[in-house]
Each structure stands twice: as structure tokens, then as C-alpha cells.
Design a protein around this ligand. Structure first.
Ligand code: 5GP
Ligand code: MN
Length: 326
């Protein structure tokens, strides 16, 4: 497996694989964010424009706040009932095979697979090809490079999907991963006719009243630990229920905690089920939260990482606080 290739060389190899095939299953991680949906839906649009058959799969479907996106047809949540028998799986934005969801990760040995991802620590689970580059800001940036290699212009739905993807993973071009290449890509998308203002409005102006009230409750609960260097917010299932809010309404909250002056690590702990907690961690610069998440069986990036642990929320927070080295 070539590891020292340039991004363009990897993209060319992936484009070759796409050209040689006919029927593709394209998937991203479960509980998808804008990058997961943007990168995978973008790849389906790209394949369609190459004259291939491709379907989009996501174990959790598309979250409400992304339903306005130009999706290439139905999003399949189960492998039964696919409109054709895929000859290959293309997995995007999946730091680990299990993040594809139970059904597809169990079926993984049945499909030749290509793994296109930007998470450090990805075990390279693709059986056919692995392009894992933590230097990429978003998996959608990799989709765009594949389009370039395949000679498909970054226009229309493909461009919109790539844009949502890079906006999501760079925090609207504010995080440390906002490279010159990402800005150049955004510029190319705009030159290609993308209406960035309209897309931003669709992406940002999606709050529901339950979410708004839920955020009010949660921001009020934020507390500081470790001499003000760690900002913590604990979310119980009852907190969500109290406002009729849904799980995805908690997305983005952890970034707000990082904005508190003096906070180096933001920690959001959300009750997934009784005794099971989803941890989200954010930091800046050299403060590495991925290593903390990795010690709990999770992963991600240096400044944005997560894990799910079999502990009640307060114990999960205590465990994380012990692991954070500042
Ligand atoms: P979030 O906190 O928003 O769920 O995730 C932050 C980053 O960490 C994302 O890049 C996400 O893909 C990654 N991440 C979150 N949870 C896990 C996990 O359990 N395992 C791995 N490998 N990565 C995770
Ligand atoms: Mn991503």
C-alpha cells in the first residue's frame, strides 16, 4: 500500500478504481455530520456524472438540519432493498470500520472496500485501497481531489456537497485545519457558480425552538474545572426530553464551551443511554485531545475528538478529567 504518495496521486488511484467499476455503495460514519454527508453524497454525485451506478448509505440516515442538502436520491439505512448489488464499498470520513454502523461494519468482509479518510489513527480497514491523510481538513476535500483526478468539474450538486463538507469540518474556515488548499478549494467552488450565501443560510438557519431553549439550558450548566482550563457540560437524556430536543441538537455546543476565555479543553458528556456516555472534546493548537479520546477507545483529530464509554455521565467526566494533561 503506497503511503508516501501525494494527495493528487492517491486521488488519481481512487479515480482509476472508480473508472474500472460500475456499481458502488458509498457510505460515511453513522450519526453523520456535514462532512460525512457532504463527502459521501458528493462522491455519489461524482460517480453519477461518471455514468456509474451509486447509492448513498448511512446507518443513521440524514440529520434533520441537513435534509435540505441536494442528496442524490434515497439514503439507504439498511443493506436489504438496495436497488442493485454493489461490487464495491467506498467509505468516507470513517476513522474506524465500526463507525459505519453495526450492519455495514459486519458486512465489510463481503465487499472490496476503499477507505478515504482524514482521521489520525485510522487502521486502514479498506481491503482494496486506503487513502488516509490527517492533513486533509475534511473528507469532502478528498472527494474534490478525486473529482479533479476523474476530470469532473466542481459544479452543481457536487460543489454544494463539497462546500458543506469543508464548512462543517473547518468551523466555517476558522479552525486550525483551515489550510491554504481548503481556501483555494472554496474559491474554486465559488468561481464555479456556487451560491455560498444561500448555502450558509440553509446550513445555519436551521434551529428549532426546542433546540434554542435546550442550548439556553445547557449553556447555563457549563462549569469550569482544573483552574478554569477545562470547560465541562453534562447532558442527560432528561435534559433533551425536557425541551423535546433531539440528539443532534447538541451538535456544536462543545465548540461554544471552547470559546470561554482561559479554557484549553472543552468537554461535552452526553448521556447516550443509561450507563453509556458520548464524549466530545475540543482544544486549540498544541493541546491534544485525540490522545485522550484514544485512551477511551475513541479517536478523531488533535483538536476535535470523541469517544463513547460505558459509564454514567458524571463518572465519564471524572475519567476524562483524570486523563487530560495540561
Ligand atoms: P464529535 O465530538 O463531534 O462527535 O467528534 C469529533 C471528531 O472525533 C470527529 O472527527 C469524529 O469523527 C471523531 N470521533 C468522535 N467519536 C469518535 C469515536 O468514538 N471514535 C473515533 N475513531 N473517532 C471519533
Ligand atoms: Mn470529517
Amino acid at each position: 500500500m503506497p503511503t508516501d504518495c501525494s494527495p493528487a496521486e492517491h486521488a488519481a488511484r481512487v479515480a482509476e478504481i472508480l473508472r474500472a467499476g460500475d456499481r458502488f455503495l458509498v457510505a460515511a460514519h453513522a450519526s453523520p455530520d456535514g462532512d460525512a454527508i457532504g463527502a459521501s453524497a458528493g462522491l455519489v454525485w461524482l460517480l453519477t456524472r461518471m455514468g456509474k451506478k451509486a447509492v448513498l448509505y448511512n446507518a443513521s440516515g440524514v440529520p434533520d438540519y441537513l435534509e435540505w442538502m441536494p442528496l442524490p436520491g434515497r439514503v439507504y439505512q439498511h443493506l436489504g432493498g438496495l436497488p442493485f448489488r454493489p461490487e464495491m464499498l467506498l467509505a468516507l470520513d470513517c476513522g474506524d470500520a465500526w463507525r459505519l454502523g453495526n450492519e455495514l461494519s459486519e458486512a465489510l468482509p463481503r465487499y472490496p472496500s476503499v477507505n478515504i479518510d482524514h482521521h489520525l489513527g485510522n487502521p486502514c480497514f479498506g481491503s482494496l485501497y486506503n487513502w488516509v491523510d490527517p492533513g486533509m481538513a475534511a473528507a469532502g476535500q478528498m472527494t474534490a481531489l478525486v473529482a479533479d483526478a476523474a476530470g469532473i468539474s466542481l459544479e452543481g450538486e457536487l460543489a454544494a456537497c463539497v462546500y458543506v463538507s469543508i464548512v462543517s469540518d473547518t468551523g466555517s474556515f476558522t479552525h486550525g485545519n483551515t489550510s491554504a488548499d481548503v481556501l483555494l478549494l472554496a474559491s474554486r467552488l465559488l468561481r464555479g457558480g456556487l451560491d455560498a450565501g444561500a448555502l450558509r443560510a440553509s446550513l445555519d438557519n436551521q434551529w428549532t425552538l426546542p433546540k434554542t431553549h435546550f442550548w439556553g439550558d445547557m449553556l447555563r450548566k457549563v462549569r469550569l474545572e482544573r483552574s478554569g482550563q477545562v470547560g465541562v457540560c453534562e447532558i442527560s437524556l432528561a435534559d433533551l426530553a425536557a425541551r423535546s430536543a433531539v440528539r443532534s441538537d447538541a451538535e456544536g455546543l462543545v465548540e461554544q464551551i471552547r470559546r470561554i476565555r482561559g479554557v484549553r479543553v472543552a468537554l461535552l458528556a452526553r448521556e447516550e443511554a443509561p450507563g453509556r456516555t458520548k464524549i466530545s472534546l475540543r482544544s486549540c493548537g498544541d493541546d491534544d485531545v485525540r490522545s485522550v479520546a484514544a485512551q477511551l477507545g475513541g479517536g478523531g483529530h488533535k483538536n476535535a475528538a470523541g469517544a463513547t464509554v460505558d459509564l454514567p455521565v458524571p463518572e465519564a467526566v471524572e475519567t476524562v478529567l483524570e486523563l487530560v494533561k495540561l
